[in-house]
Structure formats: C-alpha cells, structure tokens
Write a protein of this length. Structure first.
Lengths: 175, 104
C-alpha cells in the first residue's frame, strides 16, 4: 500500500524525442503489413513516425493499386497452411493459375478476422494518428505518377536525400 | 499485486499501475485517474470511456484504437487530441481496464 497513488508513467516527454523511419519497399500483401503495423504501434506510443514508400512499396499509396495488393507464395519456402506449421506447401504450387488469387483471398480473410483493416483504411488510421507519409521521387518518375494518383494523406513526393534529412536521428526500419 | 489508494479508493494495480480489477472501477474513480494523468474529462472523453467499459463487458478485452474509432464513429485523429500521445493506453487507464492487447 503506497501513500501517494501509484500511477503508470506515460512518459510523454521521453517518447517525444524518439523518431521512427519506416521504408516500405515491397508491394506484396504480406510484406506491406509489417511496416504499417509497426508504424501504427510507434504512433500509438507517441513516437514521431515517418514512412517512405519506394519501388514496389509505391503500390501501397497508389490509388489504383492500394486495395488490390496480392500475396504469392512462389519463392516462399516457409509457406504452410494457416494453423498447420507442420504441413508445408511447395512454393512452386503458387505458380499454378489461380493460386495467387486463392492465397490472397485467404490472407485477406485472416487479416480481417483479426480486426486489422485493409490497406486504404490502414493509411487513414496512420494519417489520423499523425504519421508523416512520403512518396519516393524516383518511384513516382519511374511509374509516371503524380500526387494526384496517390493517397490523399501523402505529405509529399520527395527525394531519398530529403527523407534522410527529415529523419535525422530516427531509428530506421527497411521493409 | 500492489494496492494503491486513489482519492480514497483502495484498488489493486499491476506493476505498471493499471487497475487489475475492472469491478473496482467507478466513474468517480475514472475522473480521479484522468486527473492523475493530466486529463480534464469532458463529455467527449466520457463517451469513449463508457464505450470502452461496455465493450470490455462483452469482448472481455480492451478495445484497440481502431475498434474505438470504428465503433464510436470518432476519428482516430480526435482520439489523439482527447488522450494525447498514447490514446489507447490512456483511455484504458482511465477506464480501469488493461492495456489493449491487439496490434492495431
């Protein structure tokens, strides 16, 4: 029993100095979520968070593709049925027509069952939580895309050096 | 589990200071918990805290930020204004519930 009340230390000031930079470079559904989830977790802890969408990761923020990301298990030797870690599936079966569609559908369902949102809504949450979202200049040029083609919450199309400058002192994740 | 006294309410808390027995909570205590973490409760705050309590009764799990937002219709952005920096944890604390376990 303590005299003064025992209160959790939410340490607002401590986390105020912390910064996280997440570089999203992949557009496969299974490689998109790790970056978004970690960024969201950091924001929820009061950490200033910057995301940089580059190369295939550009598909995450491109309006035409953001809700159509797919999962393929070709080349993924860890593939197994959900809940059956001992029953591997040969990755080349993923090359059969329809396998990607089926695997994508299954993964989307698993994600939805956990009450985790689809990509466009996820971006809304990150945006609402105060994330800085940057699109890669080179990827925009390669894809011939402008800001009008991108998710509305994007803070700008910037160069790699701009991103490095903005994330001075940040912890960095490359996905 | 340690005990602590908050404005005359003797409650059990975990090692971080979150209440461990939701049934020891009352709205009076909630207002005191909020004060301790620098939050001035308004109707908007109470709506969210009451939702968390109600939802916990049904789900037996503290709602994540996304769930609070989708179920109450309150944009995530507003949650960060009402419970600054760490809204999910702070809301749970004021509501006398455990921290949310979900990732999103």
């Amino acid at each position: 029993m303590t005299e003064t009340p025992f209160v959790p230390s939410f340490d607002d000031d401590a986390s105020a100095g912390r910064k996280l930079a997440v570089i999203c470079s992949k557009g496969n559904l299974d490689m998109v979520y790790p970056g978004l989830i970690l960024a969201n977790a950091a924001l929820g802890e009061g950490v200033e968070t910057h995301l940089f969408f580059t190369f295939w990761g550009f598909d995450i923020i491109t309006k035409d593709t953001m809700d159509k990301l797919k999962f393929t298990f070709v080349g993924n030797t860890a593939m197994h049925l959900p809940g059956h870690s001992d029953r591997g599936i040969h990755h080349m079966l993923g090359a059969i027509p329809g396998a990607t569609a089926a695997a994508t559908k299954m993964m989307r369902k698993q994600i939805a069952d956990l009450d985790v949102p689809e990509v466009p809504e996820f971006l809304d949450i990150l945006h609402g939580s105060g994330a800085y979202m940057w699109a890669c200049r080179m990827s925009a040029d390669m894809n011939k895309l402008t800001e009008a083609d991108l998710y509305d919450g994007i803070d700008g199309i910037i160069s790699a050096s701009d991103f490095i400058e903005k994330t001075d002192g940040a912890q960095l994740l490359f996905v | 589990m340690p005990m602590t006294t908050i404005a005359g309410h003797e409650v059990e808390v975990n090692e971080e200071g979150f209440l461990t027995k939701p049934e020891q909570w009352s709205e009076d205590l909630g207002a005191e918990l909020a004060k301790l973490i620098g939050i001035d409760m308004t109707d908007e705050h109470w709506n969210l805290v009451r939702f968390l309590r109600k939802d916990y009764d049904v789900q037996h799990e503290t709602a994540t930020l996304r769930r609070v937002s989708t179920q109450t219709g309150k944009p995530v952005k507003d949650l960060f204004v009402l419970f600054p920096a760490k809204p999910a944890k702070k809301m749970a604390y004021v509501a006398g519930l455990p921290k949310p376990k979900g990732c999103v």
